[in-house]
Design a binder for this molecule. Structure first.
Ligand SMILES: NC(=O)C[C@H](N)C(=O)O
Length: 307
């Protein structure tokens, strides 16, 4: 089986020209990191964890360092990971002071009998696993501070569903034919303390099943939760739709029912893949057959050789 990895850097409003190249390079680096794991014989799970951790470490994206701030000015993050081999999954929600929530989600999957740990329970588990904490401020960027300030100045009920771009995610297929997904986010800016979005919820923030494929989603979390976007997209694949058609149908349903905007990356166990969004833009990158495909806005895909 030829390995494939696809990543996204979040659906949202148009990326400013000043940031576009950095965002493009960020998703390209993450896809290349995931692909290296796969070509060295690593598992799809290892690949999605590596790709998402790279994006969490990149301050351009709304996950890990660079996460948006909640109403109290703090970072609270959600993440999940799932193996399509046996449907095992792990997730964390509302976690603070952790550099890589996706790695903690993987530990929940592998070291506990549970699927999701939240808030202080997740923090206790992280400490027991020897996961280092980082000072909260280390995850806060100048950009996220200004973002919260701007948001607080606006109307309380802001219905712009594109304002929270930057959630990150990955799907991968390894040489053994196993698929996996991981998704990680700081959520939505100015959210209530304790708000949990779609990202840690299996079926909404992502899904993986070797019998169908894998999906990772981004966009307005409350809408994604209501339509279980990742599972909905894979349902359409099960019904015989192509990945492109499945993504368009699932996103179209969310938009027509709820006016919710977002994006999804999909791959199937044969190695086909798709990246679609209904927001203005979504940074994404895909690595397959030693080629790297990268895009941010509609119709601007660039293809280069991977080293
Ligand atoms: N930008 C995003 O994808 C936000 C994420 N889906 C959330 O609502 O928490």
């Amino acid at each position: 089986m030829d390995p494939v990895v696809v990543v996204h850097g979040g659906a949202g409003s148009r990326v400013s020209p000043e940031r576009e190249e950095r965002v493009r390079q960020g998703v390209a680096r993450a896809a290349a990191a995931g692909y290296r794991v796969l070509t060295a014989g690593g598992s799809a799970l290892d690949a999605v964890e590596a790709a998402v951790a790279a994006l969490e470490d990149d301050p351009e994206f709304n996950a890990g360092c660079g996460s948006v701030l909640n109403a109290s000015g703090d970072v609270e993050m959600d993440a999940s990971i799932m193996s399509g081999r046996d449907l095992s999954s792990g997730a964390v929600s509302a976690v603070r002071c952790i550099a890589n929530p996706v790695r903690l989600a993987r530990l929940v999957m592998e070291k506990t009998p549970h699927c999701l740990l939240t808030s202080h329970g997740a923090a206790e588990f992280a400490a027991a696993m020897g996961v280092p904490t980082v000072p909260g401020e280390q995850l806060v960027t100048e950009r996220s501070r200004k973002h919260l300030e701007r948001e607080k100045q606006k109307e309380a009920q802001n219905s712009d569903q594109q304002k929270d771009r930057g959630t990150v995610g990955a799907v991968a297929l390894d040489r053994r034919g196993d698929v996996a997904y991981a998704t990680s986010t700081g959520g939505i800016v100015n959210k209530m303390v304790g708000r949990v979005g779609d990202t840690p919820c299996v079926g909404s923030g992502g899904y993986a099943d070797n019998a169908v494929g894998a999906a990772s989603t981004t966009g307005h979390g409350e809408s994604i939760l209501k339509v279980t976007l990742a599972r909905l997209a894979l349902f359409h694949v099960e019904q015989g739709k192509t990945l492109e058609e499945a993504a368009v149908l699932a996103l179209g349903h969310m938009q027509s029912k709820l006016q919710g905007l977002g994006g999804v990356i999909l791959l199937d166990s044969a190695g086909a893949w798709a990246a679609r969004w209904t927001s203005e833009s979504m940074a994404w990158a895909a690595a397959k057959d030693d080629k790297l495909h990268v895009g941010v806005n509609l119709g601007d895909t660039r293809v280069t050789d991977l080293p």
